[in-house]
Design a protein around this ligand. Structure first.
Ligand code: SF4
Ligand code: SF4
Length: 436
C-alpha cells in the first residue's frame, strides 16, 4: 500500500519510523557518521528524514532525500545499537524504492539518478539471469587472459571499476560446479543442506563454492545444489528495485523448498542476510508469504551450520598467521557471532590475530563502492589500518568484502592474501588426505 507522500508500493512503515526515540545511541556505530559527523549521514538522521517526508515536511523529490538514503551502506550496524529495535535497514531500503519510483516516473525532471542506468540494468537484467552472468564471466576470463584488465585497456572501464578490475582474481570462465559435484558422497548424511551459490560468488569465487560443498560433505552434512536458484536479490533491494528482488526471491524459494532440506547454506554474509529477509519482502504476497517464512528460517551461514552440527577438527598443521574480517551482514543480521573464529582456531597451527572493529563495513556494501567510491575508499583505508601486522592472510566470509579487501591489500598491504573461511578449512582437510 502506498501513502500520500510515499506514492509507490511498499512505503517505509509508519509504526517503524515512529518507534525511533531520537536517543542517538546508533550514531557512533554508523561508519558514514563516523567519517562525516553529519546528522544526515547518521541512522537517526536518515530515519527522521523518512519521517519528515511521510509528514509532508520534506518532498520525496528533494535531492537531499535521495542523497541521504543512498549514502547509507545498509550495513545494519545501527540496528544492533538501537534500543528501540527500529528496523533501519528496511526503512532505508523502502525509502530508496520510493526515490527510484519517483525518478522513474519523472525522467525529465530529475537530472542525476541515484542508481545509474548501467547499474540498474545489471541488477534487473544481469544478476537474475545465471546463464547471462556465466557468459559474462567467460568473456571477462578471456579479457583477463589478454591482459586487458591490468594494462592501459582498463581506461575503457568506468572510473570506479578500474581499481576493482585490476584486483579481480583470474576467472576460469568455466561452470563452477560440474554435475558430479552437485550432491554429497554420503548416502545417509546426518542433515540435508541446500547450497546457495550466489551470483558474484559463483562467477568470481567458484572455488569457495566448491570448498563449501567439500567441507559440508566431509562433515556428513549432505550438500545438494538445487537447480533453478538465482541471485539472492540483495543488490536489487539496495538499488531500490524491490519488484526485481521479489522475483528472484520467489525463484529461490521454489528451487529450495522443492527439496526436503534441513538447512539452506550460504557462504556469503550479504546473500545470507537477504535470504533471511524474504519473509519481509514477500509479506504482502499471499501465495509466497508463508513459504518465504519457512525458507528464511532454514538459512544459515556455513560457519553457523558447522558450529551447530559440529565439525571434524583437522589433523594437519600449518603455520599460517591470519586475521578475520567478518562481513557486517554476517555479524549484524545473520548473528554469526564468533563461530567463524572458533572454526579458524580449531585448525592446528593457525595463529589468529584479532582485527579491531572487525564487523565495521569495509566499504564494499554491494554496489556502494561503485556508486560512492570516495566514501568506500575512505572506509577501506580505515579497514586496512586495522589489519594487524605480521599476518599472511585476511579471512573473510562474503564476496563483496573479498573483492574490496583484494583491492585494499593491493593498494595498502601488498603480499597479504585474502581468502574465504571455508577455503582455509578445506585446505586443512586436503592436507591431511594428501599427507602420508
Ligand atoms: S545501515 Fe550502516 S551506514 Fe546505514 S545508517 Fe545504519 S550504520 Fe549507518
Ligand atoms: S538508536 Fe534507534 S531509537 Fe535511538 S536515534 Fe538511533 S534509530 Fe532512533
Amino acid at each position: 500500500m502506498a501513502d500520500l507522500n510515499f506514492p509507490f508500493v511498499d512505503p517505509p512503515r509508519q509504526d517503524q519510523f515512529q518507534s525511533c526515540i531520537k536517543c542517538g545511541l546508533c550514531l557512533d556505530s554508523c561508519p558514514t557518521f563516523q567519517e562525516t559527523g553529519r546528522e544526515l549521514e547518521s541512522p537517526r538522521g536518515r530515519v527522521q528524514l523518512i519521517a519528515a517526508v511521510a509528514r509532508g515536511v520534506v518532498p520525496l523529490q528533494a535531492p537531499k532525500v535521495a542523497q541521504t538514503l543512498f549514502s547509507c551502506l545498509d550495513c545494519r550496524a545501527c540496528e544492533v545499537a538501537c534500543p528501540s529495535g527500529v528496523p533501519i535497514g528496511s526503512l532505508i531500503e523502502r525509502g530508496r524504492a520510493q526515490v527510484v519510483g519517483w525518478q522513474e516516473a519523472h525522467p525529465d525532471l530529475h537530472g542525476q539518478r541515484s542508481v545509474s542506468k548501467t547499474t540498474r540494468w545489471a541488477v534487473t537484467h544481469l544478476l537474475p539471469n545465471q546463464r547471462r552472468l556465466r557468459r559474462l564471466g567467460w568473456v571477462v576470463a578471456r579479457v583477463q587472459r589478454l591482459g586487458l584488465l591490468s594494462g592501459p585497456g582498463r581506461r575503457l572501464l568506468p572510473k570506479p571499476m578500474r581499481a576493482m578490475a585490476q584486483s579481480l582474481p583470474p576467472l576460469t570462465g568455466k561452470e563452477t560446479l560440474p554435475p558430479e559435484r552437485t550432491t554429497g558422497s554420503s548416502p545417509n548424511p546426518k542433515k540435508k543442506v541446500g547450497v546457495f551459490l550466489g551470483c558474484v560468488m559463483d562467477v568470481v569465487f567458484g572455488d569457495a563454492n566448491q570448498a563449501t560443498i567439500r567441507v559440508l560433505d566431509k562433515n556428513g552434512l549432505g550438500p545438494v545444489v538445487p537447480q533453478g536458484q538465482n541471485c539472492c536479490g540483495a543488490l536489487a533491494i539496495h538499488a531500490g528495485e524491490r519488484e526485481t528482488a521479489r522475483k528472484m526471491a520467489r525463484r529461490n524459494i521454489d528451487a529450495f523448498l522443492a527439496g526436503d532440506l534441513d538447512y539452506i547454506a550460504t557462504n556469503a554474509g550479504g546473500c545470507g542476510a537477504a535470504l533471511m529477509e524474504y519473509g519481509e519482502w514477500l509479506a504482502d504476497d499471499p501465495q509466497y508469504r508463508e513459504k518465504a517464512e519457512i525458507f528464511s528460517k532454514k538459512v544459515k551461514d556455513v560457519a553457523q551450520i558447522l558450529d551447530t552440527e559440529g565439525w571434524q577438527v583437522p589433523r594437519s598443521a600449518t603455520t599460517e598467521v591470519v586475521t578475520y574480517q567478518t562481513s557486517c551482514h554476517l555479524s549484524n543480521v545473520m548473528k554469526a557471532g564468533a563461530a567463524p573464529e572458533r572454526i579458524l582456531q580449531s585448525i592446528p597451527g593457525v595463529q589468529l590475530k584479532p582485527m579491531a572493529d572487525s564487523a565495521r563495513c569495509c566499504g564494499s556494501a554491494g554496489i556502494y563502492n561503485l556508486t560512492h567510491p570516495q566514501m568506500a575508499e575512505a572506509l577501506l583505508r580505515r579497514k586496512m589500518e586495522d589489519v594487524p601486522d605480521g599476518i599472511d592472510t585476511i579471512v573473510t566470509g562474503n564476496p563483496g568484502c573479498w573483492l574490496q579487501l583484494l583491492h585494499g591489500v593491493q593498494a595498502y598491504r601488498p603480499g597479504v592474501q585474502v581468502r574465504h573461511l571455508v577455503q582455509v578449512l578445506d585446505d586443512a582437510y586436503q592436507r591431511e588426505t594428501s599427507s602420508p
